[in-house]
Write a protein that binds this ligand. Structure first.
Ligand code: SF4
Length: 331
């Protein structure tokens, strides 16, 4: 006897696909708890990172209807939202191509799979890429999209899934000689990091970065202006992560606002005290803004332009994938 819990939320057809020996077609549960347990904790209906139909059965058709007119659809960006929109549009019969400027697919989903203990996220990325390709989606990597190239290609529809960029919060001054690295660039492992590190922002991204760096031997301090740490995470994943960080000696400082970055380190305020922490590397995990510049440039060039994922509204990945699924149905 095999008992399944969350995997049936991610894919209700799990038993059928298993019986048909189609393991590669099973949408995987990646144990993220962001859509299911996370929403139960907030008193909201459950959703699922892997299954954008879950919790929306009353508003979505059971199977995707074929499009009345086949269109040439260009998706810019092969992150999770781009792959989902591409798959949905291809299922409905459109001719779909993805241009990805990076040498690999995955975007934020690939980054999310990088910190220790998050490797299951790779299973979802592999599934999404495989599912899109199976539906005939062509994926071109290392291809940058600009207006000239898009005009030359001549699509009927463009879906921008170009992600987001880090943003410096308004209350944070960057002094002379200050330098910092966005957390996303740290996670992909291409930046040199000093022995002592300050992470500004104690949400999920900041904490995952802290875990990764402290397990590599860096001394890490996390500053968070809110009353608590990791408030954007479900308790089921937040509590074990906080315990691990404590064991690894990471300093977590809630209710502590970083006011200024300098060449020496960070100036902080906590209630009526303040000080400067000297560190070798400052990392920002303080939020992102949409990377949507191409939308304005495409006005009057392409009639139908959609924005999906972080490029529409930076936020949580289950919402980005669900939104992209809806766009796939709408094209
Ligand atoms: S939200 Fe995450 S943990 Fe929950 S069922 Fe979906 S993939 Fe699994």
């Amino acid at each position: 006897m095999i008992a399944l819990g969350r995997p049936l939320l991610a894919d209700p057809d799990w038993p059928l696909k298993a019986r048909q020996n189609r393991a590669e077609d099973i949408r995987p549960c990646i144990s993220c708890c962001q859509g299911c347990v996370g929403n139960i904790e907030k008193g909201r209906p459950i959703t699922c990172m892997s299954n954008p139909q879950l919790g929306r059965e009353n508003e979505l058709p059971i199977s995707q209807p074929q499009a009345a007119r086949k269109k040439k659809v260009l998706i810019v960006g092969a992150g999770p939202a781009g792959l989902e929109a591409a798959h949905g549009a291809a299922v409905r019969g459109h001719n779909v191509i993805i241009w990805e400027k990076n040498p690999t697919v995955g975007g934020k989903l690939q980054l999310a799979a990088t910190p220790p203990g998050k490797q299951e996220f790779t299973e979802l990325l592999d599934y999404m890429e495989r599912a899109a390709r199976k539906q005939g989606v062509k994926i071109v990597i290392g291809k940058k999209a600009d207006v000239t190239a898009i005009k030359r290609f001549g699509p009927d529809v463009v879906v921008l899934a170009t992600g987001s960029r880090p943003v410096l919060p308004a209350q944070l001054k960057s002094g002379q000689g200050a330098s910092f690295i966005p957390a996303t660039e740290v996670i992909d492992g291409n930046k040199p990091i000093g022995p002592t590190v300050a992470i500004v922002g104690g949400g999920m991204v900041g904490l995952e970065t802290a875990k990764m760096l402290s397990s590599q031997g860096h001394a890490v301090t996390v500053f968070e202006m809110l009353d608590d740490i990791g408030t954007d995470m479900p308790a089921i994943t937040r509590i074990p992560l906080l315990l691990e960080l404590k064991e690894q000696g990471v300093k977590l400082l809630p209710r502590t606002t970083v006011r200024e970055l300098s060449a020496e380190g960070v100036s902080w305020e906590h209630e009526r005290t303040h000080g400067v922490l000297k560190v070798d590397t400052i990392i920002l995990a303080t939020g992102e803004k949409p990377d949507d510049g191409l939308q304005r440039e495409l006005e009057g060039v392409v009639v139908q332009v959609y924005l999906v994922g972080d490029c529409k509204r930076p936020g949580d990945m289950p919402a980005a994938i669900a939104d992209a699924y809806s766009v796939g149905l709408e094209i």
